[in-house]
Design a protein around this ligand. Structure first.
Ligand SMILES: *Cc1c(COP(=O)(O)O)cnc(C)c1O
Length: 471
């Protein structure tokens, strides 16, 4: 190839600045325009391994990365198995001292007075709503950009979810849109620290206070995330966590409610054990049942796994923050790639996911589906994330139940007008067009791993026109 935009010497000089040899990096992007396209790279200097000149892996070329990503969850027999084996051999498997120990350590790690474990994050939120007496006829504000496990509990207690649109820059509930959704029925708000990035609690808390709303933080993806050095989940009336297998503290299943409110926490404890008096666990018969309850108890072996995982969480969180900041700096200048933004007072995020927005207009109109496929083919697994929770059939299915028909006026249960009232165009755009996620385990990799992610995105960018043929 005879025509080049700059000399071979210039090319090598620029590349050596990246520390990556002939790997394309964002430093090669000038004025929002890539200096390199496959056509401008002299054949003679194509990189031996990673090069954007290589055909896209989706079209049969060599992928940027062939190596596996760090696996999840982690299990280290040397450090993790002693207590677990003791529990199993003891025969004390139902809730007892190891669960108490895990709860005490989880509360201490967060800097909150009390923690109560339950079977999962969904039931943590359900129990918290119920013990603040959020019930039939009440409205609960919630962002649509979340997992179904945030919204299902609202319906489980008979309340009505009211969706507040998100700020697409941060992916979080938009505080500026909250007050317009408040009605005389509004009793609570569930800010979700979605993707492990803190919601704007600094603005949300005063709004909640002004309108006398209970604040239940959904921190199910946000273990050890912080606002002004205070852990999320401890800032509202209560916080809820998940320890499901994919989460940053993984037990397989499990969840926790945390709060500084003793009366509330006593009730939650009672609730997770059939409504029996606080402090009693299994095997105590004849103590009576005080409140309506259910059974949500964690097991001793789950707590032993949790204690093992907790030891690593702080160091892992630091590593995820370092790698995320580095990766963000490497991809932020690629046209059409808009990484997450953190609010100014965020001192640490959890990065359950690493999100960015994909703008197809910068990729020659390439669809997000093909972008995701192409990046995955390059050895960078990614996904497009959530679908729109504010439009799905589960809502109408609930509205048709006998309980809802009795608790709400017909006008509130008309599904078409519900959908109309709950439109969230920013969320629609994130879900249907723009969001792309990388998972937290990838952020436990090395700097070189992050470089490969950036190179793969650039490679897809450089070949966008060729990929247009793909479905
Ligand atoms: C995982 C998750 C939940 C539910 O937690 P489970 O333990 O899976 O029941 C709720 N909200 C969010 C945002 C989650 O990511």
């Amino acid at each position: 190839m005879s025509h080049t935009n700059f000399s071979r010497r210039e090319f090598l000089r620029r590349n050596s600045l990246t520390g990556l040899g002939a790997v394309l990096s964002p430093s090669l992007l000038a004025n929002g325009k890539s200096l390199l396209t496959p056509e401008t790279i002299p054949q003679s200097i194509k990189a031996p391994s990673i090069s954007i000149a290589e055909a896209p892996a989706l079209l049969g070329g060599k992928p940027v990365r062939a190596k596996a990503w760090p696996t999840w969850p982690l299990w280290k027999p040397e450090t993790d198995e002693k207590q677990l084996l003791e529990v199993i051999r003891s025969g004390i498997w139902s809730r007892a001292n190891v669960v108490n120990e895990f709860e005490a350590k989880w509360a201490a790690a967060l800097g909150v007075k009390r923690a109560l474990t339950v079977v999962n994050g969904t039931n943590a939120i359900m129990a918290a709503l119920a013990q603040f007496d959020i019930r039939g006829g009440d409205e609960v504000l919630v962002p649509p950009y979340t997992f179904i496990g945030t919204v299902a509990p609202i319906l489980m207690v008979g309340a009505m979810p009211v969706f507040v649109d998100v700020d697409p820059e941060t992916f979080q509930i938009d505080p500026a849109k909250i007050e317009a959704k408040i009605t005389p029925r509004t009793r609570a708000i569930i800010p979700v620290h979605i993707l492990g990035l803190p919601a704007n609690m600094t603005q949300i808390l005063p709004i909640a206070k002004k309108h006398n709303l209970v604040v239940i933080e959904d921190a199910c993806q946000a273990h050890f995330a912080e606002i002004n050095h205070r852990k999320v989940g401890t800032l509202g009336n209560a916080g809820c966590f998940s320890f499901q297998n994919s989460k940053n503290l993984a037990i397989g299943e499990g969840g926790a409610i945390v709060s500084n409110d003793d009366v509330f926490m006593d009730r939650c404890f009672s609730y997770q054990n059939y409504g029996n008096p606080y402090g009693l666990v299994s095997g105590v018969i004849g103590a009576g049942t005080l409140i309506q309850g259910t059974k949500l108890r964690l097991t001793e072996y789950q707590a032993a796994i949790g204690l093992a995982q907790l030891q690593r969480l702080d160091a892992q969180t630091t590593l995820r923050n370092e790698n995320a900041a580095y990766l963000k700096s490497k991809i932020k200048d690629i046209p059409g790639i808009v990484p997450y933004k953190l609010y100014d007072d965020v001192t640490r995020a959890a990065f359950h996911l690493f999100p960015f927005r994909f703008k197809k207009e910068n990729f020659k109109g390439l669809s997000r589906d093909v972008f995701v496929k192409a990046l995955t083919a390059e050895g960078i697994p990614c996904s497009k994330g959530y679908a729109t929770l504010n439009t799905m059939p589960y809502l109408n299915d609930t509205f048709q139940t006998k309980n809802y028909q009795k608790m709400y006026p017909k006008s509130m249960l008309d599904f078409n007008s519900y959908i109309e009232r709950n439109r969230c165009p920013q969320n629609d755009r994130l879900c249907n067009e723009e969001a792309v996620w990388l998972t937290q385990n990838m952020l436990l990799g090395t700097r070189t791993d992050m470089d490969e992610i950036a190179s793969a995105i650039e490679k897809v960018y450089a070949h966008a026109d060729k990929l247009l043929t793909q479905k």
